[in-house]
Structures are given as structure tokens and as C-alpha cells.
Design a protein around this ligand. Structure first.
Ligand code: HEC
Ligand SMILES: [Cu+2]
Length: 343
């Protein structure tokens, strides 16, 4: 049994360490969390093997054989030494692992040194079924549906919800926390790897939970500054003159949502022949918008819960487009949908 247990433990630990459990390490915090995970694997596999081996051995050796149905088992008296050992060893391990976990968490949640300058704070708002990120960059406030953070700088997320429980999670950063109605929760990370990472909701929050996915962009400081400038000058920009170059591309806005605001793409949820999108979460706009006027289309975008399309549920289409899109962008969308839907 000892030999079998040893071999199984070594194989189990090797397997546990070889398997690539997590996505790319995208933050400073990720390394310590992944190491902690490995330590947990190394400590828990031998116990799993021990229990399983003893159970299997006992089933084989001490099982009831034909003719023994009415026999009593052998009387068992306690074994003090054994009991002390099997209580003490797990207790010591538990205390040790809890202490290690506490120290790790404490360590990765520490605020950055003051000498690095003020830490960036981003307010994360969860709502069925979208995330909105509120920035305050040197007094300039704006909201975005896409999360942008500069690489290498600590950022603190203050997480809120407008309705039910959500959970703000960027797997590549490892940290995650519930968004709880009525309170603000928080965590901080320092992104170490440039790239785009999925932002997901990790708390079942209703029918559209699976669509509550956005993107975190980790970019060099210079690109971040450019993005902030774009976001803060957007609303102040004068409306493009007729035929002017800066007109909104409504079709691109519909299909990609990758506009200045980066709002969730309409096409992800809606079918529209002209845009070539096939989303099935919301109504097929070619059918739904037949004979509808601009006022109706506009209301459907800025206040989607005012009228709920038949056969669909309220609160699935994000109700924050009025905040995320500029007035020009909304007007362009309304005009575009009025022209192409059902044609
Ligand atoms: C997460 C999915 C989702 C996204 C993203 C989304 N919608 Fe919707 N949309 C819905 C659902 C579900 C409905 C039906 C419920 C309702 O009327 O609110 C709907 C309804 C509509 C309607 C009314 C249709 C009718 O029959 O009354 C219009 C118009 C519309 N959406 C346009 C848009 C536009 C434009 C965008 C992008 C700016 C967009 N939607 C983004 C899910 C979405
Ligand atoms: Cu959710």
C-alpha cells in the first residue's frame, strides 16, 4: 500500500503540475496565486491518494463474503495514538496553508509605494448584462464599456452593481470579487502583459449572464494617454459639418462596437442583413423594424426597457447606450437602421 500510495502521489502531483490550469499570467498578482495553487496541489494530492488507497484496500480485504450476512464485524476499540496523529497532522497542515494564503493575499493586496505617485482608481459598474468603467483622469470624468489600463501601473478597481450580484473577473489577472448591491468592493492589480483579455461576470446574474463579457486592453502608457484624450474630447467635439470627414460609420458601430466608447456591439445580439450580423439574443432587426419610425428606433436604443419586443425579455439589451455613445453616434445608428432594416 505504501508503494502504491507513493507512486500514485508522485504521478498525481506531476499531473497536477503539468496541467496548464490557468490562462496567461497577465498581472503581478498572478504569479503568486499560481504558485499558491501549485503548493495546494502538492499538499492535497498525497492526502487524496492516502484516503483512496485505504478505502480501496479495506473494501477488498474486509468486505463481507457470502455466508457472512449475519455475522457482526470485529469489535473496534479506539487507537489513541492513531487518532492523535490523524487529527494533528491535518490540523497543522490546515493552519499552515491558511497562514500561507493569508500572507499571500495580504502581500498582493498591498497598496503600491507612495513614491510611485497616486494610484489609478477605476469604478466598475455591473448591471444586467454589461460592465461600465468610470474613469477620472486628472479630474476629467468619462465612462467606457471597454476597460483600458496602462501596463506596469497599479490600478484599483472599485466594484459596484446597479441591480443584482455580479462578479468582476479578468481571468488573466486572477483576482476577482463580487459586486454586491449596496456596497463597494475592491481589488487592485498591476498588469504586466500587454494585450486584450476577456472580462467576464463570474456570478450567475440572470438570463444574459453568459453575454456579460467585455474586453480589457492593457496598453503602453502612451497609447493609454491617447485613448484618454480621445475619450475626453469626444463629447466636446463639434458635430461634423454636412459631408465632413469625421462622420460616424454607423455600420461599423453596429457590427463591431469598436467606436470611441467601445460599447458592446449591437450585431452580437441582433441580426441585420445589411451589416451581415447574425446575433440571435435580440430581435431580428430586419423583421422588427419594418414600418417603425426614427423615434421608435431611438427609444429602443437609449431606453430599451420602455417597450419590450414581443417574445423577448427586458433588461438584456444594455440600457446605458445613451451614456456610452455620443449623440452623433446614436443619431447615425438611428438613421442607418431606418434606412437599411428590412430592405
Ligand atoms: C446583449 C444583447 C443586446 C445588445 C448588445 C443590443 N441589443 Fe438591442 N435588443 C436586445 C433585446 C433582448 C431586445 C428585445 C427586448 C427589448 O425590446 O428591450 C432588443 C431590442 C432592440 C430594438 C427594438 C426591437 C423591437 O422589436 O422593438 C432595437 C431597435 C435594438 N434593440 C437596437 C439595438 C442597437 C442599435 C444596439 C447597439 C447600439 C443594440 N440593440 C444592442 C438585445 C441587445
Ligand atoms: Cu453575471
Amino acid at each position: 500500500m505504501v508503494v502504491v500510495g507513493l507512486i500514485a502521489s508522485v504521478l498525481g502531483i506531476a499531473l497536477g503540475l503539468i496541467i496548464d490550469w490557468f490562462p496567461t499570467q497577465g498581472s503581478k498578482q498572478a504569479e503568486k496565486i499560481d504558485t499558491f495553487w501549485d503548493v495546494l496541489i502538492i499538499c492535497s494530492v498525497p492526502f487524496f491518494v492516502l484516503v483512496t488507497t485505504v478505502v480501496l484496500f479495506s473494501v477488498k480485504t474486509f468486505r463481507m463474503r457470502p455466508g457472512e450476512e449475519h455475522l457482526d464485524g470485529p469489535p473496534i476499540h479506539g487507537n489513541t495514538r492513531l487518532e492523535v496523529v490523524w487529527t494533528a497532522v491535518p490540523a497543522i497542515m490546515l493552519v499552515a496553508l491558511c497562514s500561507y494564503a493569508y500572507i499571500t493575499l495580504h502581500d498582493i493586496e498591498k497598496a503600491p509605494a507612495a513614491s510611485l505617485g497616486p494610484e489609478r482608481q477605476i469604478t466598475v459598474n455591473g448591471q444586467q448584462f454589461t460592465w461600465t468603467f468610470d474613469y477620472d483622469e486628472g479630474g476629467k470624468k468619462f465612462s467606457s464599456a471597454q476597460l483600458y489600463v496602462p501596463i506596469g501601473r497599479s490600478v484599483k478597481f472599485n466594484v459596484k452593481t446597479k441591480d443584482v450580484l455580479h462578479d468582476f473577473w479578468v481571468p488573466a489577472w486572477r483576482m476577482k470579487i463580487d459586486a454586491v448591491p449596496g456596497i463597494t468592493t475592491d481589488y487592485r492589480i498591476t498588469p504586466t502583459r500587454a494585450g486584450t483579455w476577456p472580462v467576464v461576470c463570474a456570478e450567475l446574474c440572470g438570463l444574459g449572464h453568459a453575454f456579460m463579457r467585455q474586453t480589457a486592453h492593457v496598453v503602453p502608457q502612451a497609447d493609454f494617454d491617447k485613448w484618454v484624450t480621445k475619450m475626453t474630447t469626444r463629447t466636446a467635439a463639434p458635430a461634423p459639418a454636412a459631408g465632413g470627414g469625421a462622420a460616424v460609420d454607423a455600420k461599423a458601430l453596429f457590427t463591431q462596437g469598436e467606436t470611441t466608447s467601445g460599447a458592446t456591439a449591437c450585431g452580437a445580439c441582433h441580426k441585420l442583413a445589411d451589416a451581415g450580423t447574425a446575433g440571435g439574443v435580440g430581435p431580428d432587426l430586419d423583421q422588427a423594424l419594418k414600418g417603425k419610425d426614427a423615434a421608435f428606433i431611438k427609444q429602443s436604443i437609449v431606453d430599451p426597457n420602455a417597450v419590450i419586443a414581443k417574445g423577448f425579455n427586458a433588461n438584456i439589451m444594455p440600457d446605458n447606450y445613451a451614456k456610452l455613445l455620443s449623440a452623433d453616434e446614436i443619431d447615425a445608428l438611428v438613421k442607418y437602421l431606418g434606412e437599411v432594416a428590412g430592405k
